[in-house]
Design a protein around this ligand. Structure first.
Ligand code: PLP
Length: 421
């Protein structure tokens, strides 16, 4: 038997994919899988779409790659306009990248450069949540609060001040308001300890992804963060790499709570799985300050290339044309009801939470104490492989030292029908 040279493979039993159509994938043995997690929450429009293929082919026939310092390209300009419009003009500037980690790196560097340009070089700390996930590159990993990923690299990342975020399932406060007050108070104390004028930005995922199992914030929390940013003069960054571009039923998740950030990152679903494309969106004032100081000292080779942007544009246009945000909301409601029914039936389903078509299901040993299963049980891996055997793909994560139990994400493509849900 030949061994594969790939070293990210999960194991020798992994099936080989043959093809995909709609919300389904087939392996080379003909087995069918419902893609219940849109790949890595990225294939938002399902598989085998002709409109996206046609848009990509049309662009390939014109030109696939040009470099951003040599040519402007129409798809990049059009996609940038579309993104600004999706924020209703709240964020006016766009910087393209090819992945979520690159979007986060770009946000961190733009934020730092903004303060350097303003003569505030003493600002050198980011504040982020534990648990959280912001990417795999060293900067993005530095602000990530997920120990198994951080551990080998803590000594060589920039790091961040890690504070707790809202946890509406496990908190032990009197009620949600008291919980939010406590979380914000703790954030304030940590900022004051570091020195308010040393903070560059607070970075949060409005709806968590795999690290939290779709934990939610609420309006009071986001308003509280905005107030802290105003008070200490730092920026507010929302990482919507996973929850942006319609996944939660609005173009961006933050819009559901009406508190806008200064910078926003998005990727995953932007290219709908057909080509890598991500973006950093920013307030004009931040960008103007940086540009006036000599330009943004940052960039990636493939950023904003015509093929990537034509793909992203075709994906955004498809969501608009087919009114898919309405379907995300309708199917999301149906999915929530289904998952809640399962929860009422099985005590080991501790919590069901989410928005739109992004749902987290947390598994617990004891529903009253909310005790997670021991990490050694590898429950998350067992549940995922059982589901896969049954022909359902879900997105799992393991227990995090009592911060969260084993959980998985259910996040099917936006085109899923009532009967497929
Ligand atoms: N930020 C968030 C919130 C994510 O969920 C992810 C990926 O899961 C990233 C950043 C990193 O994105 P990528 O894997 O495209 O680098």
């Amino acid at each position: 038997m030949t061994t594969s040279p790939l070293f990210y493979q999960a194991g020798p039993d992994m099936p080989e994919v043959s093809h995909g159509r709609g919300v389904f994938l087939w392996d080379t043995h003909g087995k069918e899988y419902l893609d219940g997690c849109s790949g890595a929450i990225s294939c938002n429009l399902g598989h085998g779409r002709e409109d996206i293929r046609d848009a990509m082919l049309a662009q390939l026939d014109r030109v696939a790659f040009t470099y951003r310092t040599q040519f402007e390209n129409a798809p990049a300009v059009a996609l940038a306009h579309a993104l600004v419009e999706m924020t209703e003009g709240e964020l006016e500037k766009v910087f393209f990248v090819s992945s979520g980690s690159e979007a986060v790196e770009s946000a961190l560097k733009l934020a730092r450069q903004y303060f350097v340009a303003r003569g505030e070089s003493q600002r050198r700390h980011f504040v982020s949540l534990r648990p959280s996930y912001h990417g795999s590159t060293l900067g993005a990993l530095g602000i990530t609060g997920y120990e198994p990923l951080e551990a080998p690299f803590v000594d060589i990342t920039t790091g961040s001040i890690k504070v707790p975020g809202p946890d509406f399932y496990r908190h032990r406060d009197a009620n949600r308001d008291a919980h939010i007050r406590r979380v914000l108070d703790e954030t304030r104390v940590r900022i004051e300890d570091a020195g308010g004028d040393t903070i560059i930005a607070i970075v949060v995922e409005p709806v968590g992804g795999a690290s939290t199992g779709a934990r939610l914030v609420n309006k009071t929390y986001l308003q509280g963060l905005r107030a802290l940013c105003n008070e200490f003069g730092c920026l507010l960054i929302f990482d919507e790499v996973l929850c942006g571009v319609g996944r939660t039923g609005s173009w961006f998740a933050y819009q559901q709570w009406g508190v806008a950030p200064d910078l926003l990152t998005t990727a995953k679903g932007l290219g709908a799985g057909y080509y890598p494309v991500g973006a950093l969106l920013a307030r004009e004032a931040v960008v103007e300050t940086v540009m006036a100081s000599g330009g943004f000292q940052h960039g990636h080779t493939y950023a904003g290339n015509p093929l990537a942007c034509a793909t992203g544009l075709a994906a955004v246009e498809a969501i608009r044309r087919e009114h898919l945000l309405d379907n995300v909301n309708a199917r999301g409601h149906q999915l929530q009801q289904g998952l809640e029914t399962l929860r009422s039936r099985y005590p080991w389903i501790g919590d069901v939470r989410g928005l739109g078509l992004l749902w987290g299901v947390e598994l617990v040993m004891d529903p009253v104490e909310k005790t997670p299963f021991p990490a050694a049980s590898n429950l998350f891996a067992r549940v995922t492989s059982l589901a896969k055997e049954e022909g359902l793909l879900i997105y799992p994560r393991r227990t995090l030292n009592g911060l969260a139990g084993d959980h998985f994400l259910v996040s099917p493509p936006f085109i899923i029908s009532e009967s497929e849900t």
